[in-house]
Design a protein around this ligand. Structure first.
Ligand code: TYD
Length: 340
């Protein structure tokens, strides 16, 4: 595998994948096709910009001519990170999710099928399994998505597998759990809470805060995707989880303490998310058998993440005043007044 097309590589997980892959695989050339939407940030790939093994193409995966431009005379593999990813935004505006996550996946699959690509990896999520009150989700479980976001991702997973069964396109799917770490756009729980706390602002916990998520450091997630791309069996799904199942309140307590604030003054329970899934939990036995496992403990990873946001205010401060300010207002203005 020499030339890889990465779509959505200016985002949080995609950019980490590019940085790690170029650092650790000297033979690779990566073409990054990214539409630079609100969550895509050129600064995330600044480290590799001067690298002759890196090419950036601005474009949209829904547009076949953008894809042709990025593919050029050919690529050996494609990894699809391009997606709308935030559940709360999918509740406000589902159409954007259907377009990028489903139609974009389809357009990319078509381009890869015509090319006779060596490998196609679809980056998916544990949310496609839906809410599970106990036990762990395994790859053979049926999908039961419950939000417009997770339903869009599940549709893309099914379409990806359909290409394997129908056309023999060599596909792989990874389903990662909640990912955290440096360079994450501010809308998600961890960066939103850290930056609010650093600004001496309160943090909004949805409902009782006892919902559970399985936290995975972005570096472990990116390494898992690279590992599955290189070693996975085509037609298969691989769960990538961090084995850190914590309630949102637990995570919040840790963040509040790492930022030197107090629960009493800085944590507010607000109106719950509509259709909020209570719990996700992945079984990662299959990926472990393949030789992957997370290396970064949650304690270490969270501390490192808080330090990164403290030291990289120049990365996030400008974001707070742009598109995010409008979104934050739309998403939270009502919520603050309607405590659970
Ligand atoms: P999030 O980071 O949006 O990821 P996901 O919804 O994909 O799991 O949220 C993680 C959890 O934190 C989820 O249960 C919702 C909750 N949450 C809050 O309580 N308050 C918030 O402001 C946000 C953004 C999330």
């Amino acid at each position: 595998m020499k030339r890889i097309l990465v779509t959505g590589g200016l985002g949080f997980i995609g950019s980490m994948f590019i940085r790690i892959s170029l650092r650790e695989r000297p033979e690779l050339h990566i073409v990054n096709l990214d539409a630079i939407t609100y969550a895509g940030n050129p600064a995330n790939c600044a480290e590799v910009e001067g690298d002759t093994r890196y090419t950036f193409v601005k474009g949209d995966i829904c547009n076949p001519s953008d894809l042709n431009l990025a593919i050029g005379s050919g690529v050996d593999a494609a990894v699809n990170f391009a997606a709308e990813t935030h559940v709360d935004r999918s509740i406000l505006d589902p159409a954007a999710f259907l377009r990028t996550d489903i139609f974009g996946n389809h357009t990319l699959l078509e381009a890869c099928r015509k090319l006779g690509i060596g490998r196609f990896l679809q980056v998916s999520t544990d949310e496609v399994y839906g809410d599970i009150s106990q036990g762990e989700s395994v790859e053979s479980d049926p999908v039961r998505p419950r939000s417009p976001y997770s339903a869009s991702k599940a549709a893309a997973d099914l379409q990806t597998l359909a290409y394997w069964h129908t056309y023999g396109t060599p596909v792989l799917i990874t389903r990662g759990s909640n990912t955290y770490g440096p360079h994450q756009y501010l809308e998600k729980l961890v960066p939103l809470f850290i930056t609010n706390l650093l600004d001496d602002e309160p943090v909004p916990i949805y409902g009782d805060g006892l919902q559970k998520r399985d936290w995975l450091h972005v570096e472990d997630h990116a390494r898992g995707i690279l590992h599955v791309l290189e070693n996975g069996r085509c037609g298969e799904i691989y769960n990538l989880g961090g084995n850190n199942i914590l309630t949102n309140l637990d995570v919040t307590r840790r963040l509040v303490s790492a930022c030197g604030r107090s629960i009493e003054t800085h944590v507010k329970h607000v109106a719950d998310r509509q259709g909020h899934d209570r719990r996700y939990c992945l079984n990662v036995g299959k990926a472990r058998q393949l030789g992957w496992g997370p290396r970064i403990s949650f304690e270490e990873g969270l501390q490192q993440t808080v330090e990164w946001y403290k030291e990289n205010e120049s990365w996030w401060r400008p974001l707070k005043s742009q598109e995010f300010a409008d979104y934050y207002n739309r998403q939270y203005a009502q919520r603050w007044n309607r405590s659970s």
